[in-house]
Design a protein around this ligand. Sequence first.
Ligand SMILES: CC(C)(COP(=O)(O)OP(=O)(O)OC[C@H]1O[C@@H](n2cnc3c(N)ncnc32)[C@H](O)[C@@H]1OP(=O)(O)O)[C@@H](O)C(=O)NCCC(=O)NCCS
Length: 169
Amino acid sequence: MEVRAEKPEDIEAIRKVNVAAFGREGEADLVDRLRGVASTFSFVAVESGQIVGHIFFSPVAIEGKCADNLLILGLAPVAVLPDYQQRGIGSLLIQHSLAECTQLGCQAVVVLGSPKYYLRFGFTPAREKGLRCEYPVPDEAFMVLELKSGALDDCVGTVKYRSEFNKLE
Ligand SMILES: CC(C)(COP(=O)(O)OP(=O)(O)OC[C@H]1O[C@@H](n2cnc3c(N)ncnc32)[C@H](O)[C@@H]1OP(=O)(O)O)[C@@H](O)C(=O)NCCC(=O)NCCS
């Protein structure tokens, strides 16, 4: 299996992966709204020429105190075709793309999701770093990973996703 950056010809397959994985159009629409926005990154997992997984990152802002020159990304969404789940594809996609994000100059990544899944990649509760989510979610569901150690030492406040997320229910 290969993980690589999205290409223009992948757009339709990426939609299909997100719709199949989430069972609705919302996440696929979100990706389409965010595509082309500065500092967004999109990667696909390819097996035997077929796109079986997709992951997307978009920049978040800290409302509070934080250095202006930090690039902090929100991981969302990540999706694997139902027939291909539970085979490690999601894990490979996440690990590989986090390494890519580091290369691309990102210092930290936040994610909203299941701690059971994301803690294995090194994410920790964001509240321990003084960061909270703008949405009313359980504390433990909002996590952060420093790609550069100590990057968030001087950051505290509310993490704001791009306005394109507001339409996602
Ligand atoms: C989440 C997802 C991307 C994981 O992909 P995957 O290829 O199945 O993941 P892996 O095979 O690498 O890992 C499987 C592990 O993830 C766990 N897992 C999968 N989805 C999970 C979820 N929503 N909550 C908690 N754990 C989950 C499985 O229980 C399994 O755990 P185990 O290793 O302890 O048995 C995939 O299940 C998916 O597309 N789900 C639907 C969309 C979604 O909910 N995306 C995440 C929110 S943005």
